[in-house]
Design a protein around this ligand. Structure first.
Ligand code: UDP
Ligand code: MG
Length: 339
C-alpha cells in the first residue's frame, strides 16, 4: 500500500482536499489561503481548498468570494451551524484521495502538512496533530478539559486521544467511513476515534490566533462536551439504576432501624428536620436522574426529526464537478485495491 502512496506523492499525482471551516475569519482568510496554497503546490498538482463559511457575520464570505476560483471552492452555509457541521459539509463535498482539516486562524501550523503526508506515505490512514501546549488557555479550561477527556475515556469504549483535535489528515477511506455516520449530534473527535483505522499523532505547538478571537465560549464548549458524552456512552443512563438500587437498600436498612428503635427499644424519633432533609435529598437525586434522561431524550428528539446536518445557501466554484483522481479510479496503474 505505502509503495503506491509513495509513487503518488513523489509524482505529485495525489489529489489533496483541504477543508477550512470559517467563522468570522475575514482578517485571516486571504493570507491563510495564500500560505496554504503555497504549501499544497509543493506536494500536488491537483488539489482543492474548500472554504466553508459557517454563518460569519463579518465579511469572510466576501473575502471567500474573491478567492473562490481555480482550486479554491466556497460553500456558504445558511447560518452558523457550528464547526462540527461545517467540517461535515466539507467532508461531504471533497473529492481528494487525502483530506486535510485545518483551521483558518493559523493556529494549526501549515508547515506540519509535509509531516502529515510523510506519515500517510508510511501507511497511516489518519494522522492528527496533538496539541503539546495549551498555554494560551486559562488553567481552569486546561483542568476541565483534562478531566473531561479522562472521564470520557473511562465511560466510553472508544479511545479518544487527549489534546488531539480537528487538525488532521484523513485518507479517502476514513472520509467515506465518517460520511457514513449519519448522526445529527456530531462530535467529530469521537467519530474520528470511532471509525478506527491505522492512525498516528504528531505533537505540535499551537500558535496564537493571528487575528480575531475564538468562537468558543463556555456554553458552546459545555454543549459539545455533553454531546460527546451522550453520543459515545450509555453509562450516565445506567448509573442511575445503580444509584437507585443503592438508595433503596439504604432506605430499607434505615426503615428497619427506625422500626426496631421505636417498637423494640421504645425510643421516640424526633422527625421534622430529618424528614425534610431526606425529602430534599431524594428530590435532588430524582431531578438529576431526570436531567440525565432529558439529555438523552433531547438527542433522540434531534435524531428522529431527521433534519439535515447543515443547509447550504451557496456553492461557489463547484460547477465543473469534482476533479477525479487517478487514485480513485479502479484499474489505473497507480491504483491499489481499495479496502
Ligand atoms: N469555526 C466555525 N464555526 C464556528 C466556530 C468556529 O467554522 O461556529 C471555525 C473557525 O473559523 C476556525 C475553526 O473553526 O477556523 C476553529 O475555531 P476557533 O479558532 O474559534 O476555535 P479554537 O481554536 O479557539 O478552539
Ligand atoms: Mg482557533
Amino acid at each position: 500500500m505505502s509503495q503506491s502512496r509513495e509513487l503518488l506523492l513523489n509524482s505529485k499525482q495525489v489529489f489533496i482536499s483541504c477543508i477550512v471551516p470559517v467563522h468570522n475569519e475575514a482578517a485571516n482568510l486571504v493570507d491563510f489561503v495564500t500560505s496554504l496554497q503555497n504549501e499544497l503546490t509543493k506536494h500536488a498538482v491537483t488539489y482543492e481548498i474548500i472554504l466553508i463559511d459557517d454563518g460569519s457575520n463579518d465579511n469572510s464570505f466576501t473575502k471567500g468570494l474573491l478567492l473562490a476560483s481555480g482550486k479554491i471552492r466556497l460553500i456558504k452555509l445558511s447560518r452558523n451551524f457550528g464547526k462540527e457541521a461545517a467540517l461535515t459539509a466539507g467532508l461531504d463535498h471533497c473529492s481528494g484521495d487525502i483530506v486535510i482539516l485545518i483551521d483558518a486562524d493559523f493556529q494549526h501550523p501549515i508547515n506540519l502538512i509535509p509531516e502529515f503526508l510523510k506519515q500517510w506515505k508510511l501507511g497511516y490512514d489518519m494522522v492528527y496533530g496533538i496539541c503539546s501546549n495549551r498555554d494560551h488557555e486559562s488553567w481552569l479550561k486546561r483542568f476541565i478539559t483534562k478531566k473531561y477527556y479522562h472521564f470520557l475515556k473511562s465511560i466510553s469504549k472508544i479511545n479518544m486521544v487527549p489534546n488531539a483535535g480537528d487538525f488532521r489528515l484523513l485518507d479517502r477511506k476514513v472520509v467515506n467511513a465518517l460520511n457514513s455516520c449519519n448522526e445529527r449530534n456530531r462530535y467529530m473527535k469521537g467519530l474520528y476515534a470511532w471509525v478506527g483505522f491505522n492512525n498516528i499523532g504528531i505533537p505540535f505547538t499551537v500558535a496564537p490566533r493571528a487575528h480575531g478571537k475564538s468562537s468558543w465560549n463556555f456554553a458552546r464548549l459545555a454543549e459539545l462536551a455533553i454531546t460527546g458524552i451522550t453520543s459515545f456512552s450509555n453509562v450516565p443512563l445506567r448509573i442511575w439504576s445503580f444509584i437507585g438500587f443503592f438508595i433503596a437498600c439504604c432506605a430499607f436498612f434505615a426503615a428497619s432501624w427506625i422500626f426496631i428503635k421505636t417498637l423494640v427499644l421504645g425510643v421516640e424519633l424526633p422527625g421534622y428536620a430529618s424528614i425534610m432533609v431526606t425529602i430534599f435529598f431524594f428530590c435532588g437525586v430524582q431531578l438529576c436522574s431526570i436531567g440525565v434522561l432529558g439529555e438523552y431524550i433531547a438527542k433522540i428528539f434531534n435524531e428522529v426529526k431527521q433534519r439535515p446536518k447543515y443547509i447550504i445557501d451557496q456553492k461557489i466554484n463547484f460547477s465543473s464537478g469534482p476533479s477525479v483522481s487517478m487514485y480513485n479510479i479502479p484499474n489505473k496503474s497507480l491504483t491499489e485495491p481499495q479496502v
